[in-house]
Design a protein around this ligand. Structure first.
Ligand SMILES: *Cc1c(COP(=O)(O)O)cnc(C)c1O
Length: 392
């Protein structure tokens, strides 16, 4: 077999992540590798911490990038905060809530599931009912932005309910961070994890996490060791929290952290509030185009995520064929439905650097051309003017 250097095609990434990576971030990735205990690197890591605190809107000291993807950030929260026998209320309104349950059970905890319809926000009333029925619960876990359906839950209310019943909270903000408001300190979130490849538009493979004082106290007072050596925060803190006296724990992904530093700097230059507004404005433009074609978003308006739009697939249209044609003919990636919504929806992401007017125009025009060619019952000729009007 003859093997050549790999040159990936240039795509526009409008799926559920990874999203388009900013050229500045790709350039940062290619800077010279230095030692992960080099004073210059440690100085940069301090800046990454400050930038992450800004992105999460927190003063939490224990704010760091886990050296692995979002799923590892999820696992870091669960393995550190849950001990065998702990009861955890897990809210599920899509795929990722199911993974939280897996995590609880693998930590030896018991999960009390609060089930919600897919495509809807988590219902605070159901969470309150579960808290009342389970006064011995210690933690409430929920997904802020359900990437599998495009629904956004009211994190502030859910955290408030959990605290009223003396529970800590674990919040999945993988898709929300950088795209929609996430206010760790104001909302009182105890433990939170995110990912780099969604609205931060950085390369995949790193997971920012943050823990407040109450969460740290629970970790310090554990009856038994965290079963994962790699994710045990008591050990990781020796490296991250040691100031200039950092001890070796594992080799940090040096270049990927340059990339994260650059991505977070771009976010700070734009300003969080401006980034949130940009996602909302572009979401409304995409929606105007899709609706002008006659397509519908599955999530009720008040619960929609701007950065992830789940669209019903028109009757009789082959889901996979449309996505393949978008990729082959337009170099455009959108996402398939996941779990219970497989085959029923497309997931169009507007995340981070990918969330730009030109991408909306490309996506709407390409989708219209392909659907019309395949004989779908859509209105043609109205989508692009609708997008332009919404952007004006
Ligand atoms: C993408 C995603 C994850 C998992 O992140 P990976 O980086 O793929 O491990 C977890 N939760 C949500 C809500 C996500 O969208």
């Amino acid at each position: 077999m003859e093997i050549h250097p790999f040159n990936p095609p240039i795509r526009t990434l409008m799926g559920p992540g990874p999203s388009d990576v900013h050229p500045r971030v790709l350039e940062a990735l290619s800077r010279p590798t230095i030692g992960h205990l080099d004073p210059a690197f440690i100085g940069m890591m301090e800046e990454v911490k400050v930038l992450l605190q800004y992105a999460f809107q927190t003063d939490n000291e224990l704010t760091l990038p886990v050296s692995a993807p979002g799923s590892a950030g999820m696992e870091t929260c669960f393995v550190n905060l849950i001990e065998p026998g702990d009861k955890v209320i897990v809210c599920q309104n899509g795929v990722f809530g199911g993974r939280m349950r897996e995590n609880v059970e693998r930590c030896g905890g018991s999960a009390v599931m609060v089930e919600n319809d897919w495509g809807r926000a988590v219902d605070p009333q159901r969470v309150e009912d579960a808290l009342k029925a389970n006064p011995d619960a210690q933690i409430v876990a929920f997904v802020h932005a359900e990437t599998s359906t495009g629904a956004q839950s009211d994190a502030k209310s859910l955290v408030g309910l959990a605290h009223k019943h003396d529970c800590l909270t674990i919040v999945d903000a993988v898709t929300s961070l950088g795209g929609t408001p996430v206010k760790v300190d104001v909302w009182g979130i105890d433990a939170i994890y995110s990912g780099t490849q969604k609205c931060l538009s950085c390369v995949p493979g790193i997971s920012p996490v943050s823990f407040n004082e109450r969460a740290q106290e629970k970790i310090r007072n554990r009856r038994q060791k965290v079963q994962s050596w790699f994710m045990d925060l008591n050990l990781v803190m020796g490296y991250w929290g040691g100031g200039n006296k950092r001890a070796y724990h594992h080799t940090a992904p040096v270049n990927a952290l340059y990339a994260l530093h650059e991505a977070l700097l771009i976010l700070r230059e734009e300003g969080l509030e401006n980034a949130w507004k940009r996602h909302q404005r572009n979401h409304l433009a995409l929606r105007a185009g899709l609706e002008a074609m006659g397509l519908t978003l599955i999530v009720p308006e008040a619960e929609r995520l701007p950065q992830l739009n789940a669209v019903s697939i028109p009757e009789g249209i082959d889901d996979a064929k449309v996505r393949a044609r978008l990729l082959n003919e337009y170099n455009l990636e959108i996402g398939a439905g996941l779990g219970a919504l497989a085959g029923q929806v497309w997931r169009i992401g507007l995340m981070g650097h990918a969330c730009r007017p030109e991408n909306i125009l490309l996506c709407v025009a390409a989708l219209e051309a392909i659907l019309a060619d395949m004989g779908a019952e859509i209105k043609t000729g109205e989508a692009l003017p609708a997008v332009q009007k919404a952007l004006a």
